[in-house]
Design a protein. Structure first.
Lengths: 258, 258, 258, 258
């Protein structure tokens, strides 16, 4: 995913900027054309160029050729489900301690946004076991994970996690599903000592229910948070927070295996 | 840091819980005693126990022996400087795309909290080059990084980053210093195409100054955010956000190399 | 505005609810018809009915006839300018101490939202002197204030407040204009001892400039705040904050005459 | 309370500033002394001075003599109960439409903060009927309301509002009590058409319960909000929100009589 060579090769994903904050992600495929809002470019022209070079569309619009990062790929993911926002992905990954080498169980897979974030961070030696009951979602997630080269780090499992977790001694169990309480006993069995349970939930009623279950099962350090992310419009003499913001995405509940 | 064996060995760091959310982190050193608020325990008794076992202090208080995670270590770090909160560390790491294998330049090292977070996520093949002008801070950071086993992934450099960045083709330059604008031209040279520049700043005036500089240097996707983290007290029938919260830590400015 | 009689009389403004949170405000004018989204009603049928009665449109939709409050009128105001949100009006009125009997100077009038809020609260013995340089705005404000019966409490002045304040010994000077610093010396002269200066400003740069000016002029208790209002979707078992919220309207700066 | 004369008279409450934001409120009583953190002043010396004059303590500290506003009095109120913050008082008053002439029913009186805010705004022709079951709280509220001259606008009633509301045709029923649902049927009877019901509640569970009750009783425009107030430290070149803030006080539920 993060190729170091400075030359665009066939098959590379590239990020084309039209302006300081407008961009498109595309694959450099021989004999294909890339359609942008500012005109068409020929992939054959791009392949062999250096990253950082500027090319022009048939309408004369200059485009900067650069490398996508993991987050750029996320924006290209197909979405068939409600997805978790980057602000929440960031806190789920960081506060759960998931990192290189971690073994993580996740459900449900959905469109694979959280799966991708986890896979990105457990590389190269960790693994994500992702449970999903809907086969159509698994297929979307598979395509999304392939797109950014993260499929090798993930086991997509067509199975209801409520029926049990096959893995043992895992570092974290991370749930984005409406009924996480049904998974708590399985999570307790699957987690290693000190392992982290995480649940992402939109309503406060679900939060009450999962916290009650976690306390009943003697989990430690039960913590519930929500975050608000505010974007600031910065311009000399006219600096102010943006008028509109996302007021709520979901609550994140963390706990440690007892 | 994340040993899988289920037995506590000499030299292991262990996490001892007195209650559901009170804990201490300590090293299991032969012939040493660990003093807790609830009494003393003998390390010789702990070594050889299994993680998850319960031991008792000389006052009869039961303690659960478990494994610390990366975040537990952060709480044990010595602090000689203002440190970045986990909510901000999470977003800096995630939104900069820093992950396994990333090459990151950071300044100033300070007490090493951000350094540790970056080192944790670039493992095992990436590297953090951390610049600091104060030798005493470098020593504290060295101890903190040693504590959690992350020193092997970090180059602590006693050098003013304003004088230049030695590294080339890096994935990210991340600055927690009062005058990041003086580093922008160096960052531009050091970053690979599409590489990410990050600056963490407490005041809005610094934000205006860095954003102006980044735009002047043609950086792309300049984004300024701040986050508010709210803890929720969850108890059946008495659920409410906590009365006190941190109202401001700092702004995070992101940009991409042009 | 707040007639106590329980019978709808000709000329009354009435509030018609179609559903639990959809409504229209209209004037009961003999021989006129009111067009709602759910059909037409004849005013002659409404006049003489009791508040609380239900009438039906020509489409058979039942409507509850009720009395508008001050806030209902605000929603019917014509807007030619950016207007101040209720959350900010509330804090401006309350934290400035403006109440019945207060003498208030305000600029600029704009569409008259803040003027109306101030007039509503200074009744019956106080007065609002509202300065505006644009005659077209004054006309809109005049219509809006007439609509809700508050015009008798307001002097609409076609004058640039930067040229001076005619009134003396006033309780508050409240400014919703881009250059309040030009008014500070006039405000100092016009305010009584302990009188309150308020400025509503969208950008942080304006806030810095007005605060600097106020401190330079020895104003006391200089305080700058912003508020975030979050709506909660409450439904048994599905309670959560609303997804979208207003992230920023403006900062409010308060100070006391020295 | 808001005497216009510019001379301090015996019996006046005065506000003495030691510095730009430190102050004390005191009564100018002949032959009494006022003890401040910066020394003692003799009331006889203050009586007859003009507001805005400067006097000095026996330690030579200059004090500015000025007039208190309603909010200054609130800070001097005795507190025997949890009190409602100004940010919430402001929204309760404003969004309920309570203003000059309003007839308001309130419970429980508590220390009288909300009572005072309501009384301040219904003057001179409105009235606040405040119910409280604890006689000791009523006595504190009586003293607090006397202090700022608002007692004439209030009926303090030693009665459990759950047993019924004596008043009819009121503009608003405003409840700061743990079990507001028990009052909803009484409120429905007491309110005039279009009248506003308000409940201030610390927990989300109480909010769910009152909203359910209000909807069951066919109340209109049921709205639940919470507000966050952020203070900004403004200083040229060092401007930033304050580090600590109040993260939660309570939710405010509004509804209209059906």
């Amino acid at each position: 995913m993060l190729k170091d060579a400075s030359i665009v090769r066939e098959g590379d994903y590239i990020l084309l900027y039209y302006s300081k904050n407008k961009k498109i992600i595309a694959k450099a495929t021989r004999d294909k054309k890339i359609h942008t809002h500012e005109g068409i470019v020929d992939c054959n022209e791009i392949i062999g160029k250096k990253y950082g070079d500027i090319i022009t569309t048939h309408l004369g619009q200059p485009l900067i050729v650069t490398r996508p990062t993991f987050l750029d790929f996320l924006t290209k993911f197909k979405r068939k489900t409600q997805v978790i926002y980057p602000k929440d992905l960031a806190l789920i990954v960081f506060l759960s301690g998931v990192g290189p080498g971690s073994i993580v169980v996740e459900a449900g897979t959905g469109s694979g946004f959280l799966t991708a974030a986890l896979a990105y961070y457990v590389r190269p030696d960790g693994r994500v076991y992702s449970y999903e009951i809907r086969r159509d979602f698994l297929e979307i997630a598979r395509k999304n994970l392939s797109l950014c080269g993260l499929l090798p780090y993930v086991d997509l499992k067509h199975k209801d996690i409520v029926d049990g977790i096959d893995e043992k001694n895992v570092d974290a169990v991370i749930l984005d599903m409406p009924n996480p309480w049904d998974v708590v006993p399985h999570a307790k069995e699957a987690l290693k000592d000190g392992g982290v349970f995480v649940s992402f939930l939109p309503t406060i009623n679900q939060v009450e229910k999962i916290v009650e279950k976690l306390i009943h099962e003697n989990f430690l350090d039960v913590l519930t948070i929500e975050t608000l992310l505010r974007k600031i419009k910065v311009k000399k003499g006219e600096t102010r927070p943006e008028t509109f913001m996302i007021g709520h995405t979901g609550y994140i509940v963390f706990a440690r295996k007892p």
